[in-house]
Design a protein around this ligand. Structure first.
Ligand code: DAH
Length: 378
């Protein structure tokens, strides 16, 4: 495979009052894990391409180098995310300025790609969300979006009057096939869901490792999106799906911590090879180094959010931060003030940490909390 040249992130407009993209997020842009040879995310991406190419030769065009800075309109309005939806808040989304965000889902490219005349496509890329910190959440992860448009002739030729019903059935066939391709002969179920951009909407779950696991979200594209992007809904229908690559890779390769995807440690990177049969390669942990716990307690204020706290902790501790967890909360009856105590777990996946280094990080975390979060340390 010929890789595109590495994409260096465009300069970030500094100092725009809406900009909440931190240094540690900015550094992740352009890493292109999903295009990195022998990386688990690349292996999964390629496997999904293979499934669609084998079953629908020549049908799907692939786009995996779209830049992650997108217009706010593309990320939200064009996929009908309501004006007051929480995902629009700067607590949940990284804003570059008053016109653009770091995409929080690959659905941001649906409308744009339809407008260029594509009828069936897969879009893969890094997506960004402000969030809490634990083994399965990282502010940057990767998604793949799939869209396929059908015409009235196609559903009529298949004996359907109802384009939506045809599309819904096509969608389910395609995605059940995909789940089988990835996970083998597993039990599956469809669960009703809601997404602003599809109606009806559903999630596919598989029974794997003793639990029901959500694999993807999907549905029949809202007619309004077709009409707005050059496909008259009187004569067109489309299905769409979105899935998270880390989530699938963590299950298929038994990767226990989402930070590992970013590791350059050879003990991680040497374990995966392009072309490996899915399910055959399981990650072998090389060692589990001891954790170091640090608690921090403070009186919160109106503006305090856990996502903001996590951003501060990640900013100081980087990938040494394994988890941030609220362990105690109470309100003082007299003052009415509420105290939160968070436990920060520091652990390197590569080496043992020293007390001195963690104490130094924790000191910085404490002073940043006091100066940036509008809370009062206890
Ligand atoms: N954008 C959704 C998310 O990030 C995933 C998704 C759901 C994409 C349904 C779709 C869809 O295209 O039809 O959670």
């Amino acid at each position: 495979m010929v890789l595109p040249p590495p994409r260096s992130p465009p300069p970030l407009p500094q100092g725009h009052p809406n900009n909440n993209v931190t240094e540690s997020i900015y550094e992740r842009m352009g890493r292109n894990l999903h295009l990195t040879p022998n990386h688990p995310l690349n292996i999964i991406r390629t496997e999904i391409y293979k499934y669609f190419d084998d079953n629908h030769p020549g049908v799907f065009n692939k786009f995996d180098t779209y830049a992650p800075i997108v217009p706010i309109t593309a990320n939200f309005d064009e996929v009908l995310v309501p004006e007051d939806h929480v995902s629009r808040s700067s607590n949940d989304t990284y804003y570059v300025d008053d016109k653009s965000v770091l995409r929080c889902h690959t659905s941001a490219h649906q409308a744009q790609t339809l407008r260029t005349g594509e009828t069936a496509f897969l879009v893969t890329g890094d997506v960004y969300r402000r969030d809490t910190i634990d083994a399965t959440h990282y502010p940057v992860f990767h998604q793949m979006e799939g869209v396929r448009v059908f015409t009235k002739e196609e559903w009529e030729a298949a004996g359907y009057d109802d384009g939506t019903k045809f599309c819904d059935e096509e969608l389910k066939k395609a995605l059940e096939g995909l789940a089988k391709h990835l996970f083998g002969d597993v039990e599956m179920r469809w669960v009703d869901a809601y997404f602003p951009f599809t109606e009806p909407s559903a999630e596919l779950e598989i029974f794997y490792g003793g639990d029901w696991l959500e694999v993807l979200g999907c549905g029949v594209m809202e007619k309004q999106i077709l009409d707005a992007n050059g496909r008259d809904s009187a004569t067109h229908r489309a299905w769409a799906f979105g899935l998270g690559l880390e989530r699938l890779a963590m299950v298929l390769f038994e990767i226990p911590d989402i930070r590992l995807f970013w590791s350059n440690d050879e003990r991680f990177t040497s374990q995966f090879k392009d072309g490996d049969k899915l399910g055959a390669t399981k990650f072998k942990p090389y060692s589990k180094f001891p954790p170091c716990y640090k608690d921090v307690a403070f009186w919160i204020s109106e503006q305090f959010t856990e996502n903001n706290l996590c951003e501060v902790v990640r900013g100081e501790g980087g990938d040494l931060v394994e988890e941030v967890k609220l362990i105690d909360e109470f309100t003082n009856g007299k003052t009415g003030k509420t105290s939160n105590c968070f436990r920060i777990t520091y652990r390197s996946m590569e080496r043992s940490l020293t007390d001195d280094e963690i104490n130094a990080i924790q000191e910085n975390v404490r002073s940043k909390i006091a100066s940036d979060l509008g809370v009062e340390l206890r």
